[in-house]
Design a binder for this molecule. Structure first.
Ligand SMILES: Nc1ncnc2c1ncn2[C@@H]1O[C@H](COP(=O)(O)OP(=O)(O)O)[C@@H](O)[C@H]1O
Ligand SMILES: [Mg+2]
Length: 359
């Protein structure tokens, strides 16, 4: 079980959007995901289509009392979608922050970690949406997590908070008492502005390897999805918002499994503008190479234009809009993932599919 807290003491930088949509993408790839909404504003609960006022129980019942909580985590958890559950929030959580602070209660920052240990069946991923401050609730999230994602808005103003953020990162590990793997996610990127480009360059320069390769672009569909209480994976799988969050999901999955091997030497399918995307397979021995993917309903060579190049090169061209696609080659009757593409996932029907992201 990978437990990831999404935190930044600044509001509006994309924490909740990241939790909801990353959860949706991981779940749609077949991973079991639990979203823990520990922000009293309950935006993640709402963003997953649940009305916090209609729910009888929420995280308060789990966290309010030490030793004998009035509910276990799995008892307040509600399903939001296939593979996707939510431990909901509610306004009463803001009272909890005050209650715990006033009581000076022992173990008050460990309650979420303990509640997760008691889950009868572990999830693949637990994503925790933190409030925009570093109070007791956020510390509960950090105690429970091994990984932290810090969304950082790629605006001119965001860079002013950099010093403070670095300080917080340093303090966190000391106070949490265990190592946290901290990564920074550039968000709300608007590639048309020079400010945004400069901010992104500065973020990469300052935080180097801590920064994800994935950048979350501004995309109005993400706002619409939030308003409709859906993760973007349920609303539109062709928009930038989906492409970017699926790319983040894949980056999280691959870092853990293996780093992309010698990426420079491994040509990935190339985008060829209006002509479509060129998939290249090299084999001097193959008699027939075909291509199938979710873009052509897994029907070999449907809507695929094939060219034979020199030295056993097969080029297959498909028209593709922005999106994340899975595909395989059929080489002399045998299905196989693309040997030149390090990005792959377990397909829904078993076996390994290659993954291409067209942005
Ligand atoms: N990539 C994006 N493109 C467009 N709107 C976004 C994007 N990320 C976040 N938003 C919007 O910005 C606002 C703040 O985002 P949110 O995720 O709620 O931030 P936080 O949880 O850090 O306060 C919300 O209205 C959300 O829909
Ligand atoms: Mg939020």
């Amino acid at each position: 079980m990978r437990t990831i807290a999404v935190m930044n003491q600044k509001g509006g930088c994309g924490k909740t959007t990241t939790v909801v949509n990353l959860a949706g993408c991981l779940a749609s790839e077949g991973h079991r995901v639990l979203v823990i909404d520990i922000d009293p504003q309950a935006h993640a609960t709402l963003g997953l289509g649940l009305d916090p006022e209609q729910l009888e129980e929420n995280l308060y019942e789990v966290l309010a009392e030490d030793g004998a909580p009035s509910a276990r985590l799995d008892e307040v958890t509600v399903p939001a979608d296939e593979n996707l559950d939510v431990a909901p929030s509610g306004v009463i959580l803001s009272a909890l922050e005050q209650k715990l602070a006033a009581e000076g209660a022992k173990g008050r920052t460990e309650r979420l970690a303990k509640a997760l240990e008691l889950l009868p069946k572990p999830y693949d991923f637990v994503l925790i949406d933190c409030p925009p401050n570093v109070g007791i609730l956020t510390f509960n999230a950090l105690r429970a997590a091994q990984e932290v994602i810090i969304p950082l808005e790629t605006s001119y103003y965001a860079m002013h908070g950099v010093g403070k953020l670095l300080e917080t990162i340093g303090l966190l590990e000391d106070r949490v008492g265990h190592q946290l793997s901290i990564r920074i996610l550039p968000t709300l990127f608007d590639g048309r502005t020079r400010f945004a480009k400069r901010a992104l360059a500065e973020i990469r320069e300052t935080y180097k390897d801590l920064v994800f390769d994935t950048v979350i672009r501004q995309n109005v569909r993400l706002r619409e999805a939030a308003q409709r209480g859906l993760p973007i994976s349920k609303l539109d799988r062709r928009c930038y918002g989906f492409v970017d969050y699926m790319s983040l999901a894949l980056e999280l999955l691959f870092d853990r499994i293996q780093h992309a091997e010698e990426e420079e030497e491994m040509p990935q399918p190339k985008a060829a503008g209006a002509k479509g995307v060129v998939f290249t397979y090299k084999s001097t021995s193959a008699g027939e190479v075909q291509l199938a993917g979710d873009f052509n309903d897994w029907v070999a060579n449907k809507d695929v234009e094939t060219r034979r190049g020199p030295n056993g090169t097969w080029e297959m061209i498909v028209r593709l809009g922005p999106g994340v696609y899975q595909y395989r080659y059929k080489v002399d009757g045998d299905w196989m993932p693309d040997p030149s593409n390090p990005r792959s996932v377990e397909g829904p029907a078993g076996g390994i599919n290659s993954v291409i992201i067209i942005s």
